[in-house]
Unconditional design. Structure first.
Length: 383
């Protein structure tokens, strides 16, 4: 297996001078010049549409907000949904996460639509998360330049997400148009893909108002948009779980989709140190043969090197150095190493690990424990 280097994809936005209104925020206020009569007619259409039975919300609008071309469509979040505490929490959690990731860049995000639409912050965020440099201009003032940067950034995002089955619910126009729904879908996908150390609120849905112009009249409909689901598997049944070398007490274990380590983290965090100590003893028993020693499971296995070497020791063979990166530098190189170690495990008769290589690289302790525990159960008697 060749370890050729893996491919990598090659500040502040201006504030709107005028506070945008209900329909203006759909895609930015369109500064089209209309005759006075046309403006008045369109304003009346807008008011009628907003007050229609399909949309009981009463909203103040500006005349220019209703200037849609025939068959043109805009969408935005219903004002009532914006007041949902869970929706507000989702936005706050994502903003705090972005600011934590970009703290060294001295970037502070305050409002998602205004700060992410031009691609600058998204570029820095992806570069930090994926540990790669994108080939884009640092600062772009023109709309064309901003959309070109967004196109490059989103293509890199799609290259990461599509192989893992993510549904793409955003595009250049929706992000640049400050569509909050599209931006939230993008950020939630990134946070979940990179296993961000945050807890997203579950079951966050919003009502979206869709406004279309048909035969000169505005028509509105409401649709429900799901932003987050849940990681909770519901009611759990009695099921014993094992730590390493010991049998833990019975808890309320999970359904089959969950495993012993879910229960361990949820219900017995005090036992975690016992599990970690037992696994450290196991891996060091073998790594010490190469004068290597592990003290921190979540960090020292994150680049995949120790996993590859450990498999060679357990199966008693030499792993050619050209098959993996002995001193990986990028995120992709680390993922390659962990993926290669997983292949060696499967060659040794183990099932495909439940954890993803990206989870191990991103220092997800639960994923690392799952991988090492599988090795322990098979090789605990190997000298």
């Amino acid at each position: 297996m060749s370890a050729q280097p893996l491919r990598s994809p090659t500040l502040r936005p201006h504030r709107m001078k005028k506070e945008e209104s209900f329909l203006g925020k759909l895609g930015g206020t369109l500064a089209r010049k209309k005759k006075a009569k046309e403006v008045n007619d369109l304003q009346e259409e807008g008011k009628n549409a907003i007050n229609a039975p399909m949309n009981p919300s009463t909203v103040d609008i500006h005349p220019e907000d209703t200037l849609l071309e025939e068959n043109e469509e805009r969408t935005m979040i219903d004002p009532n949904s914006k007041e949902d505490p869970k929706f507000k929490e989702l936005i706050k959690v994502l903003i705090d996460w972005i600011n934590d990731v970009l703290v060294e860049e001295r970037i502070i995000v305050k409002q998602l639509e205004e700060d992410l639409y031009d691609g600058q912050v998204l570029q820095k965020l992806l570069e930090k998360l994926a540990d790669r440099k994108l080939n884009v201009a640092e600062v772009t003032q023109s709309e064309i330049g901003q959309k070109q940067k967004l196109q490059t950034v989103l293509e890199a995002v799609h290259d990461l997400l599509r192989p893992h089955g993510w549904t793409i619910k955003w595009n250049v126009d929706s992000i640049h148009g400050k569509n909050l729904i599209a931006i939230l879908h993008l950020l939630v996908a990134l946070a979940m893909h990179f296993r961000a150390p945050i807890r997203l609120p579950e079951h966050v849905s919003v009502q979206v108002v869709v406004v279309r112009k048909r035969e000169g009249l505005l028509q509105t409909t409401h649709v429900s948009e799901e932003l987050t689901t849940t990681t909770d598997f519901g009611h759990i049944t009695c099921f014993p779980y094992l730590a390493v070398g010991i049998v833990l007490i019975l808890f309320f274990p999970p359904k089959p989709e969950r495993d012993a380590f879910d229960t361990l983290f949820d219900h017995a965090p005090d036992k975690l140190s016992v599990v970690k100590k037992s696994l450290i003893t196991f891996v060091n028993k073998h790594l010490n043969k190469l004068n290597l020693e592990v003290t921190e499971l979540e960090t020292q296995f994150a680049d995949g090197v120790y996993l590859v070497l450990l498999m060679g020791l357990l199966e008693d063979y030499f792993v050619p150095l050209h098959n993996f990166y002995l001193t990986p530098e990028s995120f992709d190189q680390k993922v390659h190493n962990v993926s290669f170690a997983f292949e060696l495990m499967q060659d040794g008769g183990l099932k495909k690990p439940k954890a993803r290589p990206e989870d191990v690289v991103n220092l997800d302790l639960k994923s690392t424990l799952r991988v090492l525990y599988n090795l322990f159960t098979k090789y605990k008697n190997v000298e």
